[in-house]
Design a protein around this ligand. Structure first.
Ligand code: PGA
Length: 249
């Protein structure tokens, strides 16, 4: 059985003071939740506050991006080495907003994932099709391209340490959740790709999260799908009550 993973992606929201307030309210609401792993990914400047607030708790902290190098003349970037030093243990890679606004490619996904592992960060690697790709019947082609280019080049022992998030771009921040059936079908397709490349055991073990307008009122139904191993949650992770309700699905 795969242990569910519930991850919050705060995107570009909250200051350190707001981070403090969030955890003060959130921690007691999930303190006895042992059925899943809980991760929050705040913006970089909030990471020290988030790590401090969750020290000794059942909540882990991740970043939303990293550079593949250790250090260097790369203005505006943050390395896995720095994230590890600050106490981060997770990192989101290739979120669709990174792909769309910052031109991240499959080659970036591979080198970022490898860099994350080098610094003991658990990568959550995102894949997902855009609306026009779904409407033109290309969903599986796009998922296959993203898998083949960004994930398949990993070594088996690297692959064993990642989680995958399936986030259909048309469902992100739009209030349009993929139906549990649509999500489960995409997950099954991705898991099939994993089995073909890394073997049945790896496919059985890898956690595939669904992301895109997950809310307290739809999480239960999504999580009832055998194929869905957790959620990557944007908007609804900003409020301690709603993210706690999601965690406790
Ligand atoms: P959303 O974002 O929950 O606000 O749709 C999900 C994500 O982008 O990770």
């Amino acid at each position: 059985m795969r242990k569910p993973l519930m991850a919050g992606n705060w995107k570009m929201y909250k200051t350190p003071a707001e981070t403090h307030a969030f955890f003060e309210a959130f921690k007691p609401k999930v303190a006895d939740a042992a059925h899943c792993d809980i991760v929050i990914c705040p913006p970089f400047p909030d990471l020290p506050a988030a790590v401090k607030e969750t020290d000794g708790s059942n909540v882990a902290i991740g970043a939303q991006n990293l550079h593949w190098g250790r250090e260097g003349a790369v203005t505006g970037e943050v390395s896995g080495h720095m994230l590890q030093a600050v106490g981060c243990t997770w990192v989101i890679i290739a979120h669709s907003e990174r792909r769309q606004y910052f031109g991240e490619t499959e080659a970036d996904v591979v080198r970022k994932t490898q860099a994350a592992l080098e610094y003991s960060l658990n990568p959550i690697v995102c894949v997902g099709e855009r609306l026009e790709e779904r409407e033109s019947g290309r969903t599986e082609d796009v998922l296959a391209e993203q898998f083949d280019g960004g994930i398949a080049p990993l070594e088996p022992e690297q692959f064993a340490k990642i989680s995958i998030a399936y986030e259909p771009v048309w469902a992100i921040g739009t209030g349009k959740t993929a139906t549990p059936e649509i999500a489960a079908a995409a997950h099954a397709f991705i898991r099939g790709k994993v089995a073909a490349k890394f073997g049945a055991e790896a496919a059985e073990a890898v956690r595939i999260l669904y992301g895109g307008s997950v809310k307290p009122d739809n999480v239960k139904r999504l999580m009832s799908e055998e194929e869905i191993d957790g959620a990557l949650v944007g908007g609804a992770s900003l409020d301690p009550n709603s993210f706690a309700a999601i965690v406790r699905f």
